[in-house]
Design a protein around this ligand. Structure first.
Ligand code: TNX
Length: 526
């Protein structure tokens, strides 16, 4: 009994021990400006309420939803107009209004923080997040979530002192485009898995989810005018598994869930190569008009739709039209990589026509940087996945007006192994430990491409060897936060030793949230 009592007392002491204090500068990605005020710590208490402007209501509801399970507090959400009590306040500041009395002379006005920036003030009496719009409030709310003890990630109530460190954060992104690509073609991932990945993006202020929807091994998005694409082309995947596809409603659900988290979905239909699944479904699209066998291996570069047949362009127009109509975001990704069997001249001609078909839907063309030699179309964006930072064709396309998304294979690829003993993944672009994922600069990475032409960064996850949500998470954590920081944080904050320290504190968060991660030896986990 004495032993039991001692154990119980130890446990209680453990529960009551003050949490490891979170520092105001512990946020990932690093904020633009952090002004700690050690005298201003705020303790969230059971009577706290959230007050919000009507347009920020949905963000406040989400924030309350993140905080209620672990705290067990009711955290009612009320309109700023009706309630005077409340310790967490989310306000939208109209673009022409400078900050009130709390503003320091050298602070940018909220309007200057843009659509995604925010200001967060923590004082002994409460927390205030101010932004020009809901996206900024949302990013501010994610910052607040990181400033609470890691136990906030618990799905059930925890006894804890819910202290938020005092001070002010003024923050906005370096680049407007910050993304992750998920290959749902090599292995199919259901809607629930994709929604969880969107939550992971949102934590780290990533704002684009690029879905690689089609490839040799499977076609994953329903197209009403070409139903066999999914009925036949969707029924395979790498390794011979059952595959799968998204119905129009599935896709709408993904898009809507992402939108609520201020994430834009970028659909990719990979053309003219990587199309074996489409050719199995519709042999008329094949150069020799015969159906190839379904493909469940992992080679690339062997398939292509017939660039010499008008029927192919009708197909592209139908597919692009339907997928664009389902997609509220401004982007449409045409793929364009590894069409090794298509001669350069017909490749360029095909791409030029396909780009026009995208433009006709009102979307902006995105494509892998192999699109570069094709003629320019207004606003087009190339996605750099090279490994040597040097490609004259890409630099020339940028001079003609293209912008660039940086996904260098040897830094940003989430499917590369961390180390030789990583159980899944590739190594064709080298091994990518956390430091390698972090230590590069998107603004200066490609020769001849000025920082002004860089739209942002994206971390692609190809899934030839990735078969489960846990494996997605294992490859993404902790490299996804590293790439997110390159996309969000000002270059002046770039510092490997400080980054690894900040990142280390996220391990317990992931563990508590049930997120699988690679316990990289690069990081001084607590
Ligand atoms: C190259 S990167 C590909 C993909 C593969 C990937 C594997 C790119 C645009 N194409 O088809 O899945 O390598 O790392």
């Amino acid at each position: 009994a004495a032993e039991l009592a001692r154990v119980a007392a130890d446990r209680a002491a453990g529960l009551l021990a003050p949490p490891a204090p979170v520092r105001l500068d512990a946020v990932v990605p690093a904020p633009e400006r952090v002004l700690p005020d050690p005298a201003g710590d705020y303790a969230l208490t059971p009577d706290a309420a959230l007050r919000v402007d009507p347009a920020g209501r949905d963000v406040a509801d989400q924030l309350a939803g993140w905080l209620r399970p672990a705290t067990g507090f009711p955290l009612p959400v009320t309109d700023t107009a009706e309630a005077t009590e409340g310790r967490l306040t989310l306000t939208l500041s109209p673009a022409d209004t400078a900050l009130g009395g709390a503003a320091r002379a050298d602070d940018p006005a909220i309007a200057e923080l843009g659509a995604e920036g925010y200001r967060l003030d923590v004082t002994t009496t409460g927390v205030r997040i101010t932004a020009a719009g809901p996206a900024g409030l949302f990013h501010g709310a994610q910052t607040l979530r990181q400033l609470l003890p890691s136990a906030v990630e618990s799905a059930t109530p925890v006894t804890e002192r819910w202290v938020v460190p005092g001070g002010t954060i003024v923050d906005r992104p370096r680049f407007p485009y910050r993304g992750v690509m998920l290959d749902v073609a090599r292995h199919f991932f259901g809607v629930q898995d994709v929604l969880r990945v969107i939550d992971h993006l949102a934590r780290y202020k990533l704002n684009h989810l690029h879905l690689h929807l089609t490839d040799d091994q499977g076609w994953r998005i329903a197209v009403d005018s070409w139903p066999r694409l999914t009925e036949v082309g969707g029924a395979t995947e790498v390794g011979g598994g059952p595959g799968g596809w998204y119905t129009r409603d599935d896709y709408r659900r993904i898009v809507a869930y992402a939108a609520r988290r201020h994430v834009t979905v970028v659909p990719e239909i990979d053309l003219p190569g990587h199309t074996n699944a489409a050719l199995v479904a519709y042999p008329e699209l094949a150069p020799d008009k015969t159906a190839p066998p379904p493909y469940t291996g992992t080679e690339v570069g062997f398939s292509y739709v017939d660039p010499a047949d008008e029927r192919t362009y009708a197909f592209v127009a139908d597919v692009v039209g339907e997928v664009a109509a389902l997609t509220p975001g401004p982007w449409f990704h045409l793929g364009g990589d590894e069409a090794f069997k298509v001669p350069a001249e017909s490749y360029r001609a095909f791409v030029a026509r396909a780009q026009e078909l995208v433009a006709a839907t009102g979307k902006t063309v995105v494509g892998w940087h192999q699109l570069a030699p094709a003629e320019h179309v207004d606003g087009r964006v190339l996605q750099w996945w090279g490994t040597n930072g040097d490609d004259p064709a890409t630099a020339a396309a940028v001079r003609r007006g293209a912008r660039l998304i940086l996904s260098p294979g040897n830094h940003a690829y989430l499917d590369m192994k961390y180390a030789p003993d990583t159980p899944i993944g590739h190594d064709w672009a080298g091994l990518i430990d956390v430091r390698r994922a972090y230590d590069w600069d998107p603004g200066t990475h490609v020769r001849g491409v000025p920082a002004e032409a860089v739209l942002g960064v994206e971390a692609p996850l190809w899934t030839e060897s990735v078969t489960t949500l846990a494996e997605i998470e294992y490859m993404a954590f902790p490299r996804l936060p590293a790439v997110a920081e390159l996309g969000w944080s000002p270059r002046e904050t770039h510092d490997w030793s400080r980054f690894r320290g900040r990142l280390a504190a996220h391990g317990p968060r992931w563990a508590t949230a049930g997120i699988t991660f690679h316990p990289s030896p690069d990081i001084p986990w607590p």
